[in-house]
Design a protein around this ligand. Structure first.
Ligand code: GAL
Length: 424
């Protein structure tokens, strides 16, 4: 059964309208399911909540903890099966299409807002297409994250005698050796499946380049998935694992980011939501920390677009509340404040980024260039490249490999191919 049928089968179309809106005293209620629960993420999403409330609507917070959103997606599915989906939920990439196929998303709510606010003109085609189902917007984009980043604590590098940020895997290992020798954890990393998968896709991009990345995660090309280059990826991944935080098993990404911020660790591989933690800690890009592309991936941009999908709701107040949220989310003010706090770049293409920090400016420049050169890569680890079923199969293979000291790289590449075939 393919992924769309699978989702549709669990969520029967009958009687799937959310229960009545909650607050009778406001103009309407919007319940938002999301997984922005770290300190920095919370500060960012609070901006949206405050603006919705300022407009006289009630915000019902449906935060579900768990980086990468796997737990939030499970909650969303079971609520939908029970006939009680929220008004709005954080759903991304091809999953938007899957959800729309079930008939639960509303193609009408966003129509008037998207038209009057000229979304088609303001968004890059890559972003707009991701938000649409059969030509209609069913989700509001809020930010563009870059995933293939390396975050560095320059103080730790100085202590370890490292002169410059690593630009290749060889330089990465040399820097990691020096950090280790100086008694600093080389790489902060939480061993959760989505974090393992984030590093895995970085290494795929580094070893196979943009074409290989696309073949592996978009085309799901059998030869690429099981071939010698994939075995090479796993070999490198094992080497990297040797430098990772020994106390990282099951750790949340933001706690690991905290170790780099405090100088206990020297580096972290993470998308630029990690910047939200640095910002929360009062640190400045370029001085207190450095952001560089994951070694060997300069010029490529693994993108992760956050978006809020709109569900069908019965009462007018809830529709109005969702429309208000959509209008705010795409507005210039919100785009500036939210993205500065979140670590991402705006989705609108008419923004002045001169007040954004150096990481965001580099990200925006690289996004535009990679877009032009066809080197914009949809992140597999962050739901942009493939279905949840295929992504889950990849997560399992990668995370088992990362936790098994004896796992063989060539065998694992073969396993990856068969796990994906079964999940397709
Ligand atoms: C990503 C999401 C980001 C950030 C991150 C950590 O999937 O797109 O906005 O929240 O997970 O939870």
């Amino acid at each position: 059964m393919n992924a769309i049928n699978r989702l549709a089968a669990v969520i029967s179309l009958a009687s799937l309208f959310p229960l009545a809106a909650h607050a009778a005293d406001s103009k309407g209620t919007v319940e938002v399911v999301h997984w922005w629960t770290s300190g920095g993420e919370h500060a960012a999403v609070k901006v949206l909540q405050q603006q919705v409330e300022k407009d006289g609507f009630t915000w019902k917070d449906g935060a579900v903890a768990g980086g990468g959103g796997a737990t939030a997606m499970t909650v969303l599915k079971s609520r939908s099966v029970a006939g009680n989906p929220p008004g709005v939920a954080q759903i991304k990439g091809p999953d938007i299409q899957e959800w729309a196929t079930t008939g639960l998303l509303d193609p009408d709510t966003l129509k008037s807002v998207a038209e009057s606010e000229h979304w088609d003109k303001l968004l890059s085609k890559t972003v707009a297409d991701t938000m649409k189902y059969e030509g209609d917007y069913v989700a509001v984009p809020v930010d563009i994250h870059r995933v293939n980043w390396l975050w560095i604590n320059p103080e730790a590098f100085k202590k370890a005698g490292i002169a410059k940020a690593p630009a290749t895997l060889e330089e990465l290992y040399a820097a990691a050796d020096k950090l280790k020798a100086a008694g600093i954890i080389p790489i902060a990393h939480g061993g959760q499946p989505w974090q393992d998968a984030t590093v895995f896709e970085d290494v795929v991009l580094s070893v196979m380049g943009a074409d290989g990345f696309k073949k592996a995660f978009v085309d799901l090309d059998e030869k690429t998935l099981t071939g010698p280059k994939m075995a090479e990826v796993f070999t490198q991944l094992k080497k990297i694992k040797g430098y990772m935080d020994p106390d990282g098993a099951g750790q949340d990404w933001n706690l690991e980011a905290g170790k780099v911020i405090q100088g206990k660790a020297g580096m972290q591989f993470m998308g630029d939501w990690a910047k939200s933690e640095w910002t929360q800690a009062g640190k400045k890009a370029g001085t207190d920390y450095e952001c560089v592309p994951f070694p060997g991936t300069a010029g490529s941009f693994t993108y992760n677009i956050d978006s809020l999908a709109v569900f069908k709701v019965k009462d007018k107040g809830s529709v109005a509340a969702a429309q208000d949220l959509a209008k705010i989310a795409m507005g210039k003010d919100f785009q500036e404040i939210f993205n500065k706090a979140k670590g991402s770049i705006p989705v609108r293409n008419d923004m002045d980024l001169s007040q954004f920090d150096s990481c965001a400016q580099a990200s925006a420049k690289d996004f535009a260039e990679a877009d032009k050169a066809g080197k914009l890569e949809p992140s597999m680890a962050h739901n942009m490249a493939t279905t949840l079923a295929v992504q889950g199969a990849i997560f399992d293979v990668v995370t088992n490999f990362m936790s098994d000291k004896n796992a063989d790289a060539t065998d694992t590449a073969k396993k990856l191919g068969s796990a994906i075939s079964a999940a397709k």
